[in-house]
Design a protein around this ligand. Structure first.
Ligand SMILES: Nc1nc2c(ncn2[C@@H]2O[C@H](COP(=O)(O)OP(=O)(O)OP(=O)(O)O)[C@@H](O)[C@H]2O)c(=O)[nH]1
Ligand SMILES: [Mg+2]
Length: 611
């Protein structure tokens, strides 16, 4: 068995247990508590006998559904409700924990990671780092971490019995409120572990559901999260036994001979059906909106990508630069799943005209299938876009794995559009990795996957001038500058020469090349945005008609309309009216013709330059 990292008695720099010294009462002293973006408790839990399973109450929910929801999902903001709702919890919890919870302090989380012999493409460190980020994003303070490498899972407890005892001991020593497992737990494992560890245990899916519940702002987002929570809960009801009694809803709710579990299941199924109906309504509404957009011929560009890649920051940068209407733009934040509800903004794209740019929810590896299913309505924005900008955090050495993860999810969703890979955060990419993405899609280069060396923010900071001229220093930069063209979808790109050399290692390229090209940008500094604009324009112009049209002087409205609907390349006043040369959506050309405009030298649609 591989060496196992010991849980130390003190919170280290990175927020995990890392050092020996305990505080005055034998409790660990955090040197630097993890920043808590929104203080609060990790709300997810499935043990119905214990508190904290309620999702945020919504006034519009029907009584029964509300009850099921309260029992079924993560709790609302702040954990004080927990103590109020379950007096038994007060007895179980040590006094200092209760005091902290009442004070609204962050929940203290102990992380448990398990690596199997044959595992996914992320390293153990990467998995655990991501779990730590998830916990932090849920508002918890990570106080320790325990790892185990095993050949296979222990059926009853996932980890071995000795390890369970170690976790139980660490939980007590570190005074952790919650133990978070990196793997999904079966209901039986959850129950056994809670019993053995003596405290709240949740798994990764619950943690992600919890973050989603906290972030959902729109009604649609809330419905989707609740649906995902109930779908997660339903198969876990069996085995929870009498503890679930509160789901039954009390006297008068049970049919003759019906067990409590059956009642619970029935209620949850009914609520799931209700939620599906409501979401179908949302979907219908969206599709009406979409049809309107399609009729108007406005192209849609959707930003997709791994969580925290910088989609929202790039969205804001694009809206700032090309936006037509003033208004608040969401800013990105350094936490996972910051964006839940999609945001669509209209911009005037140079060389194209009006374009709708959509910011979307981020993806993550091992994304719970329920979440994908529940978020289908939201993701339809993605599925119907004309072009996907696949944003990736190029400052992370593991970016190729993230690209593959996102590509696989998009494929599963049935997204068929061309994808332009946008290597973001190039300002934070260290010297020697400026060509990140240059060899993207060429097939695996290194013998060992994932050996690209870290190009961390710290390295970048130390690197001095390392990032200043990355755009200029980039590898093959055909037109437009900084865009690496690739072959058509589903094939390897045309750029030559093996895997990209990155830093001290070989940057492994993702398995397949599904991008329409690669652009390197920094959403922060704005570098590369012009290249991105040109690459997107080159693609979208393929759907535009280049026309020369005569607009009579007595129809200034049509002239304004051409300016609004497309890009005007030239305009000349003549004896009868204005002659405009413009690129316009096909639908707009038809409309103008019907309105009485005269067209000259109608060119065939142009083929794109870089795609
Ligand atoms: N150094 C650097 N940081 C960036 C850049 N773009 C975004 N970030 C930071 O990366 C973090 C995540 O940015 P977001 O825009 O919220 O990322 P996102 O992809 O929208 O994340 P989710 O909504 O959680 O999926 C924030 O702290 C940003 O400030 C960039 O170009 N350079
Ligand atoms: Mg975002």
């Amino acid at each position: 068995m591989a060496p196992v990292r010991r849980v130390a008695g003190r919170t280290g720099q990175d927020g995990t247990g890392a050092a020996e010294g305990n505080g005055p009462e034998g409790r660990p002293v955090p040197e630097r508590p993890d920043p808590i973006p929104e203080g609060g408790q990790v709300r997810a839990r499935l043990d119905p006998g214990a508190p904290g399973r309620q999702v945020r109450a919504r006034p519009d929910a029907p009584a029964e559904g509300g009850q099921a929801r309260k029992q079924a999902g993560p709790a609302g903001k702040g954990g004080s409700r927990r103590a109020r709702q379950d007096p038994a919890a007060e007895d179980r919890d040590p006094p200092d924990e209760r005091a902290r919870r009442r004070a609204g302090g962050p929940e203290r989380a102990l992380l448990v990671g398990v690596a199997w012999e044959r595992d996914g493409r992320l390293s153990f460190d990467e998995r655990m780092d991501e779990l730590k980020e998830l916990a932090r994003s849920a508002g918890a303070q990570v106080v320790g971490e325990i790892r185990q490498r095993r050949g296979r899972p222990e059926p009853a407890t996932l980890i071995g019995p000795g390890k369970v005892a170690e976790v139980a001991d660490a939980r007590r020593r570190l005074d952790a409120d919650v133990v978070i497992f990196d793997r999904d737990l079966t209901p039986a494992q959850l129950r056994n572990l809670e019993r053995a560890i003596g405290g709240k245990v949740i798994d990764r899916t619950q943690l992600i559901l919890d973050i989603f519940a906290a972030r959902a702002r729109s009604r649609e987002g809330q419905l989707q999260v609740e649906l995902a929570q109930l779908q997660y809960l339903l198969p876990r009801l069996a085995g929870m036994g009498e503890a679930l009694s509160r789901l039954g809803g009390g006297i008068g709710t049970r049919g003759p001979g019906e067990t409590r579990l059956e009642v619970d299941r029935r209620r949850i199924r009914r609520r799931i059906a209700d939620l599906r109906r409501m979401l179908a309504e949302v979907r219908r509404h969206r599709s009406v909106q979409r049809k309107g957009r399609q009729r108007a011929g406005i192209p849609v560009v959707a930003l997709v990508g791994y969580t925290n890649a910088g989609k929202t920051t790039l969205h804001a940068a694009l809206v700032r630069r090309f936006g037509v209407a003033a208004g608040p733009v969401a800013q990105g934040r350094d936490r996972l799943f910051d964006t839940l509800d999609p945001t669509v903004r209209r911009v005037k794209w140079p060389g194209v005209g009006p374009v709708l740019v959509a910011d979307t929810v981020g993806f993550i590896h091992d994304l719970p299938p329920h979440l994908i299913a529940a978020f289908r309505a939201t993701l339809e924005e993605v599925l119907e876009a004309d072009l996907l900008l696949h944003v990736v955090d190029a400052s992370q050495p593991r970016w190729p794995v993230d690209v593959e993860t996102v590509d696989a999810i998009l494929d599963d969703l049935g997204a068929r559009q061309p994808r332009l890979l946008v290597m973001n955060k190039m300002d934070a990419v260290a010297a020697g990795v400026e060509d990140a993405g240059a060899g993207w899609g060429e097939g695996r280069g290194g013998e060992e996957p994932g050996i690209a060396q870290p190009a961390t923010h710290a390295e970048a900071a130390l690197g001095g001038d390392s990032t200043a001229d990355w755009a200029a220093a980039g590898a093959a930069s055909p037109v437009p500058d900084g865009v690496v063209p690739a072959a058509s979808q589903g094939t390897a790109p045309a750029t030559g020469g093996g895997a990209a050399r990155v830093g001290r290692g070989v940057m492994p390229a993702p398995r397949t090349g599904r991008a329409g090209g690669v652009v390197r940008v920094s959403a922060w500094t704005g570098q590369g945005l012009d290249d991105l604009a040109a690459a997107v324009a080159a693609f979208l112009q393929q759907g535009l008609r280049r026309v020369t049209v005569l607009v009579p002087y007595h129809r200034p409205d049509l002239r304004t309309r051409i300016h609004d609907a497309g890009t005007v390349e030239a305009e000349e006043p003549g004896s009868d009216g204005w002659t405009l040369t413009a690129r316009l959506p096909e639908a707009e050309v038809g409309r103008l013709r019907r309105a009485g405009c005269r067209f000259e030298d109608q060119a065939a649609p142009e083929s794109g330059a870089v795609f």
